[in-house]
Write a protein that binds this ligand. Structure first.
Ligand SMILES: *Cc1c(COP(=O)(O)O)cnc(C)c1O
Length: 234
Protein backbone atom coordinates (compact mmCIF):
# COMPACT_ATOMS: atom_id res chain seq x y z
CA UNK A 1 0.00 0.00 0.00
CA UNK A 2 1.49 3.32 -0.94
CA UNK A 3 1.19 5.88 1.80
CA UNK A 4 -0.98 8.27 -0.26
CA UNK A 5 -3.56 5.51 -0.42
CA UNK A 6 -3.80 5.22 3.36
CA UNK A 7 -5.55 8.57 3.72
CA UNK A 8 -7.79 7.87 0.73
CA UNK A 9 -8.77 4.58 2.39
CA UNK A 10 -9.49 6.28 5.70
CA UNK A 11 -11.74 8.80 3.97
CA UNK A 12 -13.55 5.99 2.22
CA UNK A 13 -14.13 4.10 5.47
CA UNK A 14 -15.37 7.25 7.19
CA UNK A 15 -17.76 7.82 4.28
CA UNK A 16 -19.04 4.29 4.58
CA UNK A 17 -19.55 4.68 8.33
CA UNK A 18 -21.54 7.84 7.63
CA UNK A 19 -23.72 6.19 5.01
CA UNK A 20 -24.47 3.12 7.16
CA UNK A 21 -25.37 5.44 10.03
CA UNK A 22 -27.62 7.49 7.78
CA UNK A 23 -29.62 4.53 6.61
CA UNK A 24 -29.93 3.07 10.12
CA UNK A 25 -30.76 6.35 11.85
CA UNK A 26 -27.59 6.40 13.93
CA UNK A 27 -25.25 9.29 14.68
CA UNK A 28 -21.83 8.74 13.01
CA UNK A 29 -20.23 10.56 15.94
CA UNK A 30 -21.07 7.49 18.04
CA UNK A 31 -18.69 5.31 16.02
CA UNK A 32 -15.00 5.25 16.87
CA UNK A 33 -12.75 4.13 14.02
CA UNK A 34 -9.79 2.11 15.30
CA UNK A 35 -7.17 1.73 12.56
CA UNK A 36 -5.56 -1.67 13.01
CA UNK A 37 -1.90 -1.18 12.13
CA UNK A 38 -0.62 -4.62 13.16
CA UNK A 39 2.34 -5.88 11.08
CA UNK A 40 2.59 -2.45 9.38
CA UNK A 41 5.50 -0.01 9.79
CA UNK A 42 5.27 3.13 11.93
CA UNK A 43 5.51 5.20 8.72
CA UNK A 44 2.03 3.97 7.89
CA UNK A 45 0.77 5.18 11.26
CA UNK A 46 2.47 8.55 10.69
CA UNK A 47 0.69 8.80 7.35
CA UNK A 48 -2.71 8.03 8.92
CA UNK A 49 -2.03 10.75 11.51
CA UNK A 50 -1.80 13.32 8.71
CA UNK A 51 -5.47 12.79 7.93
CA UNK A 52 -6.66 13.01 11.50
CA UNK A 53 -6.73 9.32 12.44
CA UNK A 54 -5.83 9.10 16.15
CA UNK A 55 -6.93 5.63 17.30
CA UNK A 56 -4.67 2.68 16.47
CA UNK A 57 -5.02 -1.00 17.29
CA UNK A 58 -2.35 -3.67 17.64
CA UNK A 59 -2.74 -7.35 18.42
CA UNK A 60 0.71 -8.20 19.76
CA UNK A 61 1.92 -6.81 23.05
CA UNK A 62 5.55 -6.39 22.01
CA UNK A 63 4.67 -4.69 18.75
CA UNK A 64 2.32 -2.34 20.58
CA UNK A 65 5.01 -1.53 23.13
CA UNK A 66 7.54 -0.78 20.37
CA UNK A 67 5.17 1.40 18.36
CA UNK A 68 3.99 3.34 21.41
CA UNK A 69 7.65 4.09 22.06
CA UNK A 70 8.28 5.28 18.52
CA UNK A 71 5.27 7.56 18.06
CA UNK A 72 5.57 10.54 20.36
CA UNK A 73 2.20 12.19 19.62
CA UNK A 74 0.32 12.48 22.95
CA UNK A 75 -3.04 12.75 21.13
CA UNK A 76 -2.81 9.17 19.88
CA UNK A 77 -4.96 6.55 21.59
CA UNK A 78 -3.51 3.04 21.61
CA UNK A 79 -5.75 -0.01 21.55
CA UNK A 80 -4.60 -3.51 22.45
CA UNK A 81 -6.92 -5.87 20.58
CA UNK A 82 -5.13 -9.24 20.65
CA UNK A 83 -4.41 -12.02 23.11
CA UNK A 84 -3.00 -10.90 26.44
CA UNK A 85 -0.15 -12.42 28.41
CA UNK A 86 -0.16 -11.63 32.11
CA UNK A 87 3.61 -11.21 32.36
CA UNK A 88 3.69 -8.61 29.57
CA UNK A 89 0.91 -6.34 30.81
CA UNK A 90 3.49 -4.33 32.78
CA UNK A 91 5.17 -3.29 29.53
CA UNK A 92 2.08 -1.64 28.07
CA UNK A 93 0.11 -0.46 31.12
CA UNK A 94 1.93 2.87 31.34
CA UNK A 95 0.73 4.00 27.89
CA UNK A 96 -2.07 1.89 26.48
CA UNK A 97 -5.50 3.62 26.46
CA UNK A 98 -7.82 0.74 25.62
CA UNK A 99 -7.57 -3.04 26.01
CA UNK A 100 -10.33 -4.79 24.03
CA UNK A 101 -9.32 -8.36 24.72
CA UNK A 102 -9.85 -8.91 28.44
CA UNK A 103 -11.38 -12.35 28.93
CA UNK A 104 -10.45 -13.23 32.52
CA UNK A 105 -10.49 -11.65 35.96
CA UNK A 106 -6.78 -12.30 36.33
CA UNK A 107 -6.08 -9.88 33.47
CA UNK A 108 -8.24 -7.19 35.07
CA UNK A 109 -6.35 -7.72 38.30
CA UNK A 110 -2.96 -7.34 36.64
CA UNK A 111 -4.01 -4.34 34.50
CA UNK A 112 -5.35 -2.67 37.65
CA UNK A 113 -2.10 -3.31 39.51
CA UNK A 114 0.19 -2.09 36.72
CA UNK A 115 -1.92 0.91 35.71
CA UNK A 116 -2.01 1.87 39.39
CA UNK A 117 1.78 1.89 39.49
CA UNK A 118 1.66 4.52 36.73
CA UNK A 119 -1.25 6.32 38.42
CA UNK A 120 -3.45 6.07 35.39
CA UNK A 121 -6.71 4.44 34.41
CA UNK A 122 -6.94 2.00 31.49
CA UNK A 123 -10.19 1.53 29.59
CA UNK A 124 -11.00 -2.15 29.16
CA UNK A 125 -13.53 -4.11 27.16
CA UNK A 126 -14.48 -7.67 28.01
CA UNK A 127 -14.09 -9.92 25.00
CA UNK A 128 -16.89 -12.44 24.64
CA UNK A 129 -16.70 -15.52 22.48
CA UNK A 130 -19.65 -14.97 20.15
CA UNK A 131 -18.56 -17.21 17.29
CA UNK A 132 -18.32 -20.45 19.22
CA UNK A 133 -14.82 -20.94 17.79
CA UNK A 134 -12.06 -21.58 20.35
CA UNK A 135 -9.31 -19.78 18.44
CA UNK A 136 -11.17 -16.44 18.55
CA UNK A 137 -10.73 -16.06 22.31
CA UNK A 138 -13.10 -14.35 24.69
CA UNK A 139 -15.00 -15.47 27.75
CA UNK A 140 -18.05 -17.66 27.46
CA UNK A 141 -21.28 -15.64 27.72
CA UNK A 142 -22.20 -17.42 30.96
CA UNK A 143 -19.01 -16.18 32.65
CA UNK A 144 -19.51 -12.54 31.70
CA UNK A 145 -21.50 -11.47 34.74
CA UNK A 146 -18.85 -12.72 37.16
CA UNK A 147 -16.09 -10.80 35.35
CA UNK A 148 -18.17 -7.61 35.23
CA UNK A 149 -18.91 -7.84 38.96
CA UNK A 150 -15.23 -8.12 39.68
CA UNK A 151 -14.57 -4.88 37.75
CA UNK A 152 -16.85 -2.70 39.88
CA UNK A 153 -14.35 -2.07 42.67
CA UNK A 154 -11.13 -1.68 40.68
CA UNK A 155 -9.48 1.75 40.95
CA UNK A 156 -7.29 1.84 37.83
CA UNK A 157 -9.51 0.04 35.33
CA UNK A 158 -12.73 1.21 33.71
CA UNK A 159 -14.68 -1.54 32.01
CA UNK A 160 -16.31 0.44 29.22
CA UNK A 161 -17.92 -2.25 27.12
CA UNK A 162 -17.77 -5.56 25.31
CA UNK A 163 -15.81 -6.80 22.30
CA UNK A 164 -16.52 -9.66 19.95
CA UNK A 165 -15.15 -11.21 16.79
CA UNK A 166 -17.46 -12.91 14.36
CA UNK A 167 -16.56 -15.92 12.23
CA UNK A 168 -14.77 -15.14 8.98
CA UNK A 169 -17.31 -15.69 6.24
CA UNK A 170 -17.77 -14.45 2.69
CA UNK A 171 -21.25 -13.10 3.30
CA UNK A 172 -21.37 -10.91 6.44
CA UNK A 173 -25.12 -11.47 6.68
CA UNK A 174 -24.23 -14.88 8.07
CA UNK A 175 -22.71 -13.32 11.21
CA UNK A 176 -25.46 -10.82 11.97
CA UNK A 177 -26.72 -13.17 14.69
CA UNK A 178 -23.31 -13.19 16.39
CA UNK A 179 -23.30 -9.39 16.61
CA UNK A 180 -26.88 -9.44 17.83
CA UNK A 181 -25.85 -11.86 20.58
CA UNK A 182 -23.19 -9.42 21.77
CA UNK A 183 -25.61 -6.48 21.67
CA UNK A 184 -28.12 -8.46 23.70
CA UNK A 185 -25.49 -9.34 26.30
CA UNK A 186 -24.55 -5.67 26.44
CA UNK A 187 -28.16 -4.59 26.96
CA UNK A 188 -28.74 -7.29 29.59
CA UNK A 189 -25.74 -6.29 31.70
CA UNK A 190 -25.93 -2.50 31.42
CA UNK A 191 -28.09 -2.32 34.51
CA UNK A 192 -25.07 -3.52 36.52
CA UNK A 193 -23.22 -0.26 35.80
CA UNK A 194 -21.67 1.18 38.94
CA UNK A 195 -18.18 2.09 40.14
CA UNK A 196 -15.63 1.13 37.53
CA UNK A 197 -18.14 -0.82 35.49
CA UNK A 198 -19.49 1.63 32.90
CA UNK A 199 -20.75 -0.32 29.90
CA UNK A 200 -21.23 2.07 26.98
CA UNK A 201 -19.20 0.66 24.07
CA UNK A 202 -19.54 -2.31 21.75
CA UNK A 203 -16.37 -3.12 19.81
CA UNK A 204 -17.42 -5.17 16.81
CA UNK A 205 -16.89 -5.05 13.07
CA UNK A 206 -13.78 -5.53 10.93
CA UNK A 207 -13.05 -4.90 7.26
CA UNK A 208 -15.43 -7.49 5.88
CA UNK A 209 -18.32 -7.13 8.34
CA UNK A 210 -18.25 -3.47 9.40
CA UNK A 211 -21.59 -2.45 7.93
CA UNK A 212 -23.52 -5.30 9.54
CA UNK A 213 -21.79 -4.64 12.88
CA UNK A 214 -22.81 -0.97 12.80
CA UNK A 215 -26.36 -1.92 11.89
CA UNK A 216 -26.37 -4.17 14.97
CA UNK A 217 -25.14 -1.45 17.33
CA UNK A 218 -21.35 -1.30 17.18
CA UNK A 219 -19.69 1.83 18.57
CA UNK A 220 -16.08 0.87 17.80
CA UNK A 221 -15.00 -0.68 14.51
CA UNK A 222 -11.53 -2.22 14.17
CA UNK A 223 -10.40 -1.83 10.58
CA UNK A 224 -7.05 -3.11 9.29
CA UNK A 225 -6.74 -4.27 5.71
CA UNK A 226 -9.21 -1.77 4.24
CA UNK A 227 -6.92 1.01 5.51
CA UNK A 228 -3.38 -0.36 5.38
CA UNK A 229 -3.73 -3.06 2.74
CA UNK A 230 -3.38 -6.81 2.96
CA UNK A 231 -1.08 -8.32 5.55
CA UNK A 232 1.42 -11.08 4.92
CA UNK A 233 0.77 -12.52 8.36
CA UNK A 234 -1.28 -11.74 11.45
C1 LIG B 1 -6.55 -7.94 12.62
C2 LIG B 1 -7.69 -7.61 13.50
C3 LIG B 1 -8.68 -6.71 13.07
C4 LIG B 1 -8.69 -6.05 11.70
O1 LIG B 1 -8.91 -6.99 10.70
P1 LIG B 1 -9.21 -6.56 9.17
O2 LIG B 1 -10.00 -7.69 8.65
O3 LIG B 1 -7.88 -6.42 8.51
O4 LIG B 1 -9.96 -5.29 9.20
C5 LIG B 1 -9.72 -6.42 13.95
N1 LIG B 1 -9.78 -6.97 15.18
C6 LIG B 1 -8.86 -7.83 15.63
C7 LIG B 1 -9.00 -8.39 16.99
C8 LIG B 1 -7.78 -8.18 14.81
O5 LIG B 1 -6.87 -9.05 15.26
Amino acid sequence: MSQEDICANIHEIRDEIRSVCERTGRDPEEIMLVAVSKTKPVEDIQEALTCGQLHFGENRMKELEDKMGEIENPDVSWHMIGNLQTNKIKYIADRVNWIHSVEKKKYLKEINKRAGQSERVVNCLIQVNISGEDQKGGCEPENLKDILEYAIDLDYVRVKGLMGMARFVDDPEEVRGEFRLLKNLFDEHKAMNQGSLQLEHLSMGMTNDMAVAIEEGSTMVRIGSAIFGKRNYD
